[in-house]
Design a protein around this ligand. Structure first.
Ligand code: KIV
Length: 294
């Protein structure tokens, strides 16, 4: 368990560029997941729009709204973590107008985020600047950007060809120049992630981007072994536990105890006084029943 620390800010994360140890970011979506990742000592908690898939059961991330995200950012922030809380701007929350973008980013900050994240490279520069103008730190996200799933043609590794790798590097440089304090690199070859990391003065945080990034991020459910039936685990996920199996086994034991009549025990029961039992006529209850009411 980590010792108590002061709250991490976006400038603290920016200051970690190129330093060791690497930055650790993990997603969380509610109070219990926020408490577990913060107690473990992560630097950044991302309330990701993966919420749609790992918590709400949708097939992609396009289904969540800013109100959904704010609801979950609030749950995470109310645990008062030491880690920086980054709220993910969902699809369509920063694509329509400058006013809507700023209002949506502010909604996540009012819910408790210390920064917001958005997807896309050079075409998002004005958007990034509009949010920065309202003094909200912005984290970029390039490579496989799940909000572009239809345009990309699926969840595929990005930057595999020379031109695409160069374009990603240009995107990262533009985001850093615009003022992003960190950039997520998702599903790109490690050499490309290395080139990008060496080209920008802000930390890169990789997911499926190899070990040359300034930090790493994983999704809470992937890291802990929760997955929908039939879900194929991406190769970049290292499950550190099998909590879905462990949780099902624990609940199976509860089912068995209830069905066998061994739950609740006397110690797990509130008992009435003998005087009240007598007044209610429970006195003559059979010993086994009497045991259950005392
Ligand atoms: O929404 C999310 O969880 C993310 C991570 C996969 C980086 O964007």
């Amino acid at each position: 368990m980590a010792a108590s620390r002061s709250r991490t800010t976006a400038p603290d994360v920016l200051a970690r560029k190129g330093s060791k140890p690497p930055i650790v970011m993990v997603t969380a979506y509610d109070a219990p997941s926020a408490r577990t990742v913060d107690a473990a000592g992560v630097d950044v908690i991302l309330v990701g729009d993966t919420l749609a898939m790992v918590v709400l059961g949708y097939d992609d991330t396009l289904q969540v709204t800013t109100a959904d995200m704010a609801h979950h950012v609030g749950a995470v922030a109310r645990t008062k973590p030491n880690a920086l809380v980054v709220g993910d701007l969902p699809w369509l929350s920063y694509h329509v107008s400058r006013e809507e973008t700023v209002r949506n980013a502010a909604m996540l900050v009012r819910a408790g985020a210390g920064a917001v994240k958005l997807e896309g490279g050079r075409k998002r520069i004005e958007t990034v600047q509009a949010i920065l103008d309202t003094e909200i730190p912005v984290m970029g996200h390039i490579g496989l950007t799940p909000q572009s799933i239809h345009a990309l043609g699926g969840f595929k590794v990005q930057g595999k060809e020379l031109d695409a790798a160069k374009a990603l590097t240009d995107d990262a440089v533009a985001l850093a120049d615009a003022g992003c304090f960190a950039i997520v690199l998702e599903c790109v070859p490690d050499g490309v992630a290395r080139m990008i990391t060496e080209s920008v003065p802000v930390p890169t945080i990789g997911i499926g981007a190899g070990r040359h990034c300034d930090g790493q991020v994983l999704v809470w459910h992937d890291l802990l072994g929760f997955g929908a039936p039939g879900h194929r685990r991406p190769k970049f996920v290292r499950p550190y536990a099998d909590l879905e199996r462990d949780a099902a086994a624990a609940i199976e034991r509860f089912c068995a105890d209830v069905r066998a009549g061994t739950f609740p025990s006397s110690a797990e029961t509130y008992h009435m006084t003998d005087r009240m039992a007598e007044a209610l006529g429970l006195d003559g209850a059979a010993p086994a029943e009497r045991e259950l009411t005392q």
